[in-house]
Structures are given as structure tokens and as C-alpha cells.
Design a binder for this molecule. Structure first.
Ligand code: NAD
Ligand code: MG
Length: 329
């Protein structure tokens, strides 16, 4: 299914003229959005909580900072860039009571809207601009005169011009220089969660660990196993990212290419795909979201336990040593 793409020619910053944007939170995304919008000539106010260390940092960067309810009161566009787990609380305590009818409430990820942790009133516009990368790249590419692509979605359009505002916002952070892809809150949220769980932050990590364990259990050195199963992954991923799968295969040895054809499907087989489908179902039916919300309410016992156990894995121990002495770039 093809989707709509938008570029700078499709966007006008004028739609944000006379409006003020409140960027709530000054972390990875918040800092990049606030600085990029500010340098694009948009009136920005950063919203933070009493005692936040970021207040001074944002002020030193030349930005106006207010407590979140005050920032919301003086703005028409409110971009929520606090952690996803805190958004519902910040929304109900600090944003909702201060937000005026006809405001534009914006997100960089669809989790809280899609899983109904936040259900804005009918007279509020709701859109998403989700850059496809970390905040530091949203910022560095903007400074270089480029940008990161972003996903755009409209959830509620009360005033009839939410798409114009969303595209102006995308232009303001530099995303329209590269491309804005239209999607829905549902599609962005579900594909994002599926991707990070099965491939990016789950599947690939377990693949690395399984390879490392297989080699070291067979008596090979931890150092060798680390380089082979973890360190070299980046070289391959960089090739795939640059030119696709065939490009990668053309830039490795024929031995590696042949080995990949015959062994790859033995490792990632139909069982893996049915497990992926099960994970996707739990993303779609809200099971994962409910578990993650409950985990947070319980003080994150499972999260913290996993973090502690994983940090003690031999691949982490040898990796720390090797990165210190060998791999300095
Ligand atoms: P972050 O953890 O880096 O930053 C969160 C910020 O919110 C911090 O400055 C923190 O001090 C502030 N904050 C916390 N509680 C607050 C409160 N009560 N009031 C005001 N500020 C408060 O978060 P992030 O990674 O920038 O994520 C923000 C949003 O962007 C999330 O929806 C996330 O899914 C989305 N996103 C992140 C990335 C990424 O790579 N980091 C990429 C795309 C989208
Ligand atoms: Mg993601």
C-alpha cells in the first residue's frame, strides 16, 4: 500500500505565524524540536516542571521556559515530548486544565492516543509528527541544512486546518526537507512497537546473544565471539541501510553470501515468523500496552530485573573491556 509523501513545497511555515508552540519536555526530542522550530522563526516556549535541571539548559540555549501549565496557556500548538509513560499524567494534571478550545495537541509517537490513555475533547485538534530517528539526529541534520524524515498523522481535525499546521510543524523541524510520510496513529504505533520488539531491540539482540553463547560454549574466545556476533553487525547493517540487501551481498565475500543463503533460513525459520505474528497480535489487541502500563504502575519490577540480569551477560563484560582498549574511534 503506497502512502502520501509531502515535501517543503507542500508546506508553509505561514500557518504557524501568529501562533506559539509549547514544547513540553526538553529531552532527546524536545530539545531538537524546540531549537529547530526557534531557528525556523517560530515562536517557541518550552514547558517543564518545577525543579527540572533542563530549565537552565533550555534558557542557556536562548529559549523561553515556563512551567508546563503556563506554557500551555500561552500557546496554540502543544507538542507533548515527555516520556510516553508519563504523558497521561502530565496531560491530565498540567495540559488539559490549561488548554483552550481549538488548540492543536501534538505527539511524536502514537502510544497514548492509540491506546486511549489520553482522549482529548472534541474541540481539540490532534496530530503527530514523529521523526524517524533520535533527537540528536533531528538536531544535527537540521543544523547541516538537511533533516530526518518524519511520519505525520491526524487524529482529530476540529478547526479543519490541522494538516496545514502539522506540515508547517514538520517544515519547522526540518523534516519536510527530506520527506513527510502520511500515516495513522494506529499504524505508527503498532508498526513502531512491532519493529522494536521483534527486530530492533528484541530479535536482533537475542540473535547476537545466541550467536555469542553458541561460540563461547563451544570453546571459542569471548573476544572473538564478541567481534563476530556484535561488533561486525554494524558493518553489515550500514551496507543494507545504504543500498539494500543485494548491495550488501555484492559487498561481502561470495563465501559469506553463499553461507548466508543456506544458513539464514535455518536460523530464522517459520517458527520465528509465527512467534512474530503472536507478538503482533498482542500489540494490536492492546495486551502489550496494558502490561507496560501495569508494569509502570507497579514500579517496574520486571523491567528492572531484566535490566540487571542483562547487564551481567558475558557479552557485556567482554564488550566493555574491548571497547575500552581496542575499539576507539
Ligand atoms: P526523553 O526521556 O529524552 O525526554 C523527556 C523529557 O521530558 C525530559 O526533558 C524530562 O525532564 C521531561 N519531563 C518529564 N516529566 C515531565 C513533566 N512532568 N513535565 C514536563 N517535562 C517533563 O524522551 P524522548 O525520547 O525525547 O521522547 C519524547 C517523545 O518522543 C516520546 O513520545 C517518544 O516516543 C517520542 N520519540 C522519541 C524518539 C527517540 O529516538 N528518542 C524518536 C521518535 C519519537
Ligand atoms: Mg521506533
Amino acid at each position: 500500500m503506497a502512502c502520501n509523501m509531502y515535501y517543503e513545497k507542500d508546506c508553509s511555515l505561514d500557518f504557524l505565524k501568529g501562533k506559539r508552540v509549547a514544547v513540553i519536555g526538553y529531552g532527546s526530542q524536545g530539545k531538537a524540536h524546540a531549537l529547530n522550530l526557534h531557528e525556523s522563526g517560530i515562536d517557541v516556549v518550552v514547558g517543564l516542571y518545577e525543579g527540572s535541571k533542563s530549565i537552565q539548559v533550555a534558557q542557556d540555549a536562548g529559549l523561553r521556559v515556563e512551567l508546563t501549565p503556563d506554557a500551555v496557556k500561552m500557546a496554540q500548538v502543544i507538542m507533548v515530548l515527555v516520556p510516553d509513560e508519563s504523558q497521561a499524567t502530565v496531560y491530565h494534571n498540567d495540559i488539559l486544565p490549561a488548554m483552550q478550545s481549538g488548540s492543536y495537541l501534538a505527539f511524536a509517537h502514537g502510544f497514548n492516543i492509540h491506546y486511549a490513555q489520553i482522549t482529548p475533547e472534541k474541540d481539540i485538534n490532534v496530530f503527530m509528527i514523529a521523526p524517524k530517528g533520535p533527537g540528536r539526529m533531528v538536531r544535527s541534520t537540521y543544523v547541516e541544512g538537511s533533516g530526518l524524515p518524519a511520519l505525520m498523522a491526524i487524529h482529530q481535525d476540529y478547526t479543519g486546518d490541522t494538516k496545514d499546521i502539522a506540515l508547517a510543524y514538520a517544515a519547522g523541524i526540518g523534516a519536510a526537507r527530506i520527506g513527510v510520510i502520511e500515516t495513522t496513529f494506529k499504524e505508527e504505533t503498532e508498526t513502531d512497537l512491532f519493529g522494536e520488539q521483534t527486530i530492533l531491540c528484541g530479535g536482533v539482540i537475542e540473535l547476537i546473544k545466541a550467536g555469542f553463547e553458541t561460540l563461547t560454549e563451544a570453546g571459542y574466545s569471548h573476544e572473538n565471539a564478541y567481534f563476530e556476533c556484535l561488533h561486525e553487525l554494524k558493518l553489515i547493517v550500514d551496507l543494507v541501510n545504504r543500498g539494500g540487501l543485494a548491495f550488501m551481498r555484492n559487498n561481502i565475500s561470495d563465501t559469506a553470501e553463499y553461507g548466508g543463503y543456506v544458513a539464514g533460513k535455518r536460523i530464522i525459520n517459520e517458527d520465528v515468523k509465527s512467534a512474530m505474528k503472536a507478538v503482533l497480535t498482542e500489540v494490536q489487541d492492546g495486551t502489550f500496552a496494558r502490561n507496560w502500563i501495569l508494569e509502570n504502575q507497579a514500579g517496574r519490577p520486571g523491567f528492572n530485573m531484566n535490566k540487571r540480569i542483562e547487564s551481567q551477560h558475558p557479552i557485556e563484560v567482554v564488550g566493555e573491556k574491548l571497547r575500552e582498549i581496542v575499539i576507539k574511534d
